[in-house]
Structures are given as structure tokens and as C-alpha cells.
Write a protein that binds this ligand. Structure first.
Ligand code: PMP
Length: 387
């Protein structure tokens, strides 16, 4: 059976160039980057070169990058460590209702400790309103954490506008750029971002590696304590092969390539919508179609069709899509993102699927997906009418 992978917001396959880099690395440079002998120095050189590539990709300096095990660790560090470090200045944090659990869960823990968290609501397109942000910001605010692009619906947040508003404010500004990094040009200085989280496995790099950018003014105690790696900001022997693979993945995504992918993904959405229109299938998009969204994510409400039935039938036919985000799929919890957009009573919560495209996805894959989807939807529609 042909397998079609349309769950790239969950993770992406490693690019062949990344596998090559990592294989070479594992074969030749196994040293511990902290060792002072030749083997250690070789590993350290790889780290330095990779760190520079990662820093350049967001217009940062190598010394501002903390290499982590991925965006979960970056988000936890950026939120828990800075909130505790700044508690004397205030106890208020601003975020959105549609962040990833690796942002929301540390915030829930902080609330239990007495921090006050404002969860900005979103509109039906998954965007916050700047007026709500302005109303929430006060003298007690020490941290703002707002994602750059959403992993379930692909909406993009007004990051530069928020960065600008916080320039004269004490609050540090963190953004989870995990889904946006491979598609949007990021300039942490121009966008006034103080901290930024990224994960390699969403951009055809390896799993278990990512980074946290931090502006030099941002000081916090390490989450992982022990050795003096990462300028004492993150203890643990460095994952050299992973970091080198991450840097290779980054090098494959030039600014032109990002723009090319954005257009390609937008066209995939149009191809799917045209097919649904032509087949007279009743659907709506959860979110909106805008060229400046993170376009690899496409969340579709197929009216009257259960998410579970559709996802299972697609899986049996060889097509992988998601019923929500990978982190909540599998549990029967409705998506907190769709709940924030449409309310807890919306039928969309149980009748939507997330399709997400990747660098390797072709137009033929999309056609094969459509050819699989349409008969399944028609069959499920009949079944539900009969019941
Ligand atoms: N933030 C967002 C928006 C994500 O989509 C993900 C991955 N699902 C993460 C954070 C967590 O990243 P990682 O898998 O590297 O821990």
C-alpha cells in the first residue's frame, strides 16, 4: 500500500543531507566537546560552526544561542526560569489561549505558585487582538509568551507589533517559533524578541535537538543543572551529531526556499478546496487562507463527519493526518485551540482534521490524498444520514 504522510506539523522526515551529516559526525567526531584533547576540540569546532549557522538564521549572535533538547525544553526554560528569576519585579504573565502544552503547562504550574496569567482569547481565525493585549499589559507584567504560528490551525500572531510595544516595558518577550521557523524569515533584533524557541525535527532535522535564543539582557538560572556547557545555561554533554544535523537542515532552508514552500503549501490548500467544492462536500476551514499564515497547516471541518472515523479510515487507506495536534491526539480531549476559536459546543471540535504539508510533499501526494478522501467522506456521510 502507498503511504502518504500529511502530518508534518507533528514531525518531518530527516532530509538525506541531514542523515549524511549525522552519519559522518557519528563516525568521525565522537569526542566530548568539553574535553581539551584533540577529540574534544574537533567536537567543539563542529559545535561552534553549527551554532553560528543557527544564530545567523535568526540574525542573532552565537553567544545568544542555548542549544536544548527541543522546543519543549526551550519553552519550559524560557517560562519557568525567567518567571522565577523576575518574581520580585512582578507576578503577571501574558500568553494566548492557543499555545502549545509545553507553554501552557509551565504556566499552569506558575499559577499554582501565585503568578497571575492572562490567556488572551483568539478570534475565529485563531488570532489575538492587539487591543486585548494592550488592555492586559500592566506594570506587574514580567513575561509575555506568544507563539509565532499555531501548530493546529496555522494562524500567525502579530509578533513584531508586540515586540515593538514591549520595547520600553520591563516584560521580557518570548515566542515559540517552532512551527514558523522553517517558513518565515525571523529577525530577533528587528522584531524585538527577547527569547525564541525552535525545534529541529519540524524542519527535516533530527528529533531531540532545538534551541532557545536569548537576548544578552535575559539572565536566568539553568533548568538542567550540572556541568558548565552552553555558557552555564544548560548542563549536559552536547548532542554533537544532532546539532550538526540541525545546522544542515537549517542551511537547506534559504529565504527563497521558505517563500517557495509557502506558495507551494497555499496551492495545495487550493487544490484540496477545489476538489471538495467540485464533489459538493460541505466543509469549512478552521482558520483562514492567508499567504502570510504558516501555510503548511490546513485544518478542515468536514461537516457531519466524525474526526475519529475519518482519521481511522484515512489511516487504513494509507494516509496519515491528525485529529488535532499530535500531543492531544490519542486522548479524546477536544482541541483547546478549536475550543478557543469556536467555543466548547461547536460541532467543529469533533468533526475536524489537521492536514500538514512538508518539503517532501508533492502535488501527486495531494491528488492521491484527494482520491482517497472523497470516497471515504461520501461513505461516512451516507452512514451518518442512515443512523
Ligand atoms: N511548540 C509547538 C508550537 C509545537 O508544535 C511543538 C511540537 N509539537 C513543540 C512546541 C514541542 O517541540 P518538541 O517536540 O521539540 O519538544
Amino acid at each position: 500500500m502507498q503511504h502518504i504522510y500529511l502530518d508534518n506539523a507533528a514531525t518531518t522526515p530527516m532530509a538525506p543531507e541531514v542523515i549524511q551529516t549525522m552519519t559522518d559526525q557519528m563516525q568521525h567526531d565522537f569526542g566530548n566537546a568539553s574535553s581539551t584533547h584533540w577529540f574534544g576540540r574537533e567536537a567543539h569546532t563542529v559545535m561552534d560552526k553549527s551554532r553560528k549557522i543557527l544564530a545567523d538564521s535568526i540574525h542573532a549572535q552565537p553567544g545568544e544561542m542555548v542549544i536544548t533538547s527541543g522546543a519543549t525544553e526551550s519553552n519550559n526554560t524560557a517560562i519557568s526560569q525567567t518567571a522565577h528569576a523576575r518574581a520580585a519585579l512582578g507576578k503577571h504573565i501574558i500568553t494566548t489561549a492557543i499555545e502549545h502544552p509545553s507553554v501552557l503547562q509551565p504556566l499552569k504550574a506558575l499559577e499554582k505558585e501565585g503568578f497571575r496569567v492572562t490567556y488572551l482569547p483568539v478570534d475565529e481565525n485563531g488570532r489575538i487582538r492587539l487591543a486585548d493585549f494592550d488592555a492586559a499589559l500592566d506594570d506587574d507584567t514580567i513575561l509575555v509568551t506568544i507563539m509565532m504560528g499555531n501548530n493546529e490551525v496555522g494562524s500567525r500572531m502579530p509578533i513584531a507589533e508586540i515586540g515593538e510595544r514591549l520595547m520600553e516595558h520591563q516584560a521580557w518577550f518570548h515566542t515559540d517559533a517552532t512551527q514558523a521557523y522553517g517558513l518565515l524569515d525571523i529577525d530577533v533584533k528587528a522584531q524585538h524578541i527577547d527569547m525564541l524557541s525552535v525545534s529541529a525535527h519540524k524542519i527535516n532535522g533530527p528529533k531531540g535537538v532545538g534551541f532557545l535564543y536569548r537576548d544578552p539582557k535575559v539572565q536566568f538560572p539553568a533548568l538542567l543543572k550540572g556541568g558548565e556547557q552552553e555558557l552555564k545555561r544548560r548542563a549536559g554533554t552536547e548532542n554533537i551529531a544532532g546539532i550538526a544535523g540541525f545546522a544542515t537542515a537549517v542551511q537547506l532552508i534559504t529565504s527563497e526556499e521558505k517563500a517557495r514552500r509557502q506558495t507551494k503549501y497555499l496551492n495545495f490548500k487550493k487544490q484540496i478546496m477545489t476538489a471538495l467544492d467540485n464533489a459538493n462536500i460541505s466543509y469549512a476551514i478552521n482558520g483562514d487562507i492567508r499567504p502570510d499564515n504558516v501555510n503548511h497547516v490546513f485544518n478542515l471541518w468536514l461537516k457531519g463527519i466524525s474526526t475519529y472515523a475519518l482519521q481511522t479510515n484515512l489511516d487504513l487507506a494509507g494516509v496519515a493526518v491528525s485529529g488535532g495536534s499530535a500531543c492531544t491526539a490519542g486522548s479524546l480531549e477536544p482541541s483547546h485551540v478549536l475550543t478557543a476559536m469556536f467555543g466548547a459546543d461547536s460541532p467543529r471540535l469533533g468533526e475536524s482534521i489537521r492536514i500538514s504539508f512538508g518539503a517532501q510533499t508533492t502535488q501527486e501526494d495531494i491528488q492521491a490524498f484527494i482520491d482517497t478522501l472523497l470516497p471515504i467522506v461520501k461513505r461516512l456521510m451516507v452512514k451518518q444520514t442512515v443512523q
